[in-house]
Design a protein around this ligand. Structure first.
Ligand code: BGC
Length: 414
């Protein structure tokens, strides 16, 4: 890929031990919902408490698609932000273009390698050097439920297969309750889709289809069955779903306007910001199936210059990885710390379940990266999935046609 910038390293400028105060950062992110704003506010205050100057650049739009468009424009104009909420292969893509600074000096002096799960550490590094720092581990395959509505419809056991989910949803419909709160935006449709693929096909199938982009998997009966299930789910949403933001769908579950939402645990950040208590006001239930769909937010350091900005990057890197920050931030964000050595005793039952299931998924080899949340495949190919899944959700396309069109589009995009 073309180098957009001459390679520069700031490792040589790295401070030793804990990073010093001051420095300036302009941070581009898409954390604008109630829970998200609270969480990023923790980062801002901690940075400012160390004497630094924080310039906030929020770009609204769940899932970050609008933010990524804005980022590209900024980099092309030669004016990148200091730090950007970015993930997975996206980090590598920008690094390959020579657009990133590294923070290897901070990472080495703080021994990041010894406190990060290897799967995350490798995503954060380019050419053996850290160019990004992870803040959290989000789980995508969650359902959020309103316990009162479930009780009203006489539902006592939580579904563990998609067939069971359909039976529960039918029961809710009979009781006049909307089973599913959903926001019809491509990334939300894709979020639901990947959870369904995991539940119907299992982790190995998920990996083949959504990570390795294997044509046999993409054209298989299992893929047809996954689209069939997505079609069922389409029948369980209310008529006003098109264009709805994800946090408004979460609010529907809170207010008792729908029984479930299928969404990653940033939705828990919304419940918590509204003062709701897990296990009482809302339930967290893994979506039907076995495994764990991984999504980790990180901040990536772009190629800025000037002592003040370079210092800002190092102070921010060190702060993000500090155990105290990882605790405070994740308590607000709904996720669990990226560091493996942060005690979870102050975290709630959903976070503890997430951690437990993460360890089990690593053990059983059922941990899979999120396609919808840019952890699995290049952005261009992900775009093909989002386009097709959304078209399917919003039309009467049959599953066989969806599978044919998707597999063709993916083959062309590779
Ligand atoms: C991010 C979360 C964010 C969510 C909704 C996901 O892709 O990883 O941090 O809260 O999108 O905006």
């Amino acid at each position: 890929m073309r180098k957009m910038f001459a390679p520069v390293t700031i490792a040589a400028l790295a401070v030793s031990g804990a990073a010093r105060a001051e420095g300036t950062v302009e941070v581009l992110h898409w954390w604008t919902s109630g829970g998200e704003a609270k969480a990023v506010g923790e980062l801002k205050s901690a940075f400012e408490a160390q004497g630094g100057t924080w310039i906030d650049s929020p770009i609204a739009g769940g899932g970050g698609d609008a933010a990524m468009t804005a980022l590209r424009a900024r980099v092309v104009a030669g004016n990148p932000p200091t730090a950007v909420q970015l993930k997975g292969p996206g980090i590598q893509e920008w690094a390959e273009q020579g657009a990133l600074n590294d923070v290897q000096g901070v990472a080495e002096s703080e021994n990041w390698d010894s406190v990060l799960p290897p799967v995350l550490a490798s995503i954060m590094k380019y050419d053996g050097k850290y160019v990004a720092a992870p803040v959290n581990i989000h789980r995508v395959d969650w359902m959020w439920a309103n316990p009162k509505l479930l009780a009203d419809a006489g539902i006592e056991t939580m579904p563990t297969t998609w067939d069971e989910f359909n039976a529960v949803a039918d029961k809710l419909m009979e009781a006049g309750i909307t089973p599913l709160a959903h926001g019809g935006q491509p990334w939300q449709d894709a979020t639901v889709f990947e959870d369904v693929v995991l539940g119907i096909g299992g982790a190995e199938f998920y990996r083949k289809a959504l990570v390795e982009l294997d044509q046999e998997a993409l054209t298989s009966d299992t893929m047809v069955a996954s689209f069939d299930q997505l079609r069922k789910l389409r029948g369980y949403v209310d008529p006003n779903f098109p264009g709805r933001d994800w946090n408004l769908a979460t609010a529907m579950v809170m207010r008792g306007e729908a029984a479930f939402q299928i969404m990653g645990d940033w939705a828990k950040g919304e419940f918590l910001a509204a003062g709701k208590v897990p296990g009482e006001d809302f339930l967290c239930i893994p979506t039907p199936g076995n495994g764990f769909v991984l999504n980790s937010d990180s901040f990536t350091f772009f190629k800025v210059s000037g002592e003040e900005n370079l210092k800002g990057q190092q102070v921010l890197a060190s702060l993000i990885m500090s155990p105290d920050f990882q605790k405070t931030f994740n308590l607000a964000k709904g996720s669990i710390p990226a560091r493996t050595d942060v005690p979870l005793d102050e975290f709630d039952m959903c976070a503890k379940k997430s951690h437990e299931d993460l360890l089990a998924a690593i053990e059983n080899d059922t941990l899979v990266p999120s396609m919808a949340h840019e952890m699995a495949i290049p952005r261009s190919v992900r775009g093909e999935f989002l386009d097709l899944v959304t078209e399917f959700f919003n039309s009467d396309m049959d599953s066989a046609t969806a599978v044919k069109r998707l597999s063709d589009a993916v083959a062309r995009a590779q």
